[in-house]
Ligand binder design. Sequence first.
Ligand code: NAP
Length: 274
Amino acid sequence: MSWRLGFIGAGVMAETMIAGVLFEGVLTPDRVVASDPHASRREVLTETHGIRTVASNVDVLDCELIVLAVKPQSLTKVFAAIAGRIPADTQVLSIVAGAPIRSLQAGLGHQRVVRAMPNLPCRIHRGMTVWTRAEGVHGERIAEVLRGMGEEMVVDEERHIDRATAVSGTGPAIVAEFVKSMLEASNYIGMPRELSREAVLATLIGTAEMLKRDDDLHVAELIDAVTSPGGTTSRALQVLKQGRMGAVVTESIDAAYRRCGELGDDLEERLKES
Ligand SMILES: NC(=O)c1ccc[n+]([C@@H]2O[C@H](COP(=O)([O-])OP(=O)(O)OC[C@H]3O[C@@H](n4cnc5c(N)ncnc54)[C@H](OP(=O)(O)O)[C@@H]3O)[C@@H](O)[C@H]2O)c1
């Protein structure tokens, strides 16, 4: 337990990761440091988690693992402050949406870079993080840190991070939109609010849990199991098909995927300009 973990940017996601790492006992608070321009954020993190906080990004560079947790538009400012100053052995883990490894390496002047895409349920330790690494990066420490927020999966191909950004990163909003529609529909047919909330959420969690627990259970089999000839489910599914639900979900996720590519292109452009 001798290594140190540093954060550049101490916002929502940094705090989520810090809480996970401390909760899982991966590190003690004295091994964690975070930098942020806002004194109020620094105070909150020190008071809540007992970690050290600093105003300058340079003061986290002595950590063995540094997490980049700023918004995409703040990246070039971070590069300007720390480029070429990171020790060669240090691992840098970026959770910045859309920032490709090659741009991070070029901007930081550093090779050992990992790119990860966590999602919102990481806040309750039920998240999903998909990650990939540059050549020569050992993943054990990274996996340990990410497991503090839920499930993690490493992939070889970087394009899968853009895909995960669209599916699991954007996914909580898409699922929440579906939950909202289910709640509105329950209201429409006269179900009491409290009952609707319980019925919709328990159905969602139960169905997902069933699929997750049984690798051999295909989604189509589950649908077939609740669809009897001439029954209620068959009527409901027919209406979803008429509304092109499957096609609309595909278009929505594809739009998020394409936007992720655009964010990467924007960053490359800004790097060329700077
Ligand atoms: N939130 C999510 O669910 C989620 C999921 C997956 C990935 N991500 C990614 O995680 C990253 C962080 O997201 P977040 O929601 O945690 O953002 P956030 O709450 O805005 O946190 C970023 C923090 O970094 C600070 N900052 C800005 N410039 C800085 C600099 N040069 N040096 C140090 N700190 C700086 C920000 O200050 P200012 O407010 O002044 O800019 C802010 O306090 C984003 O790139 C996002 O794409 C987020």
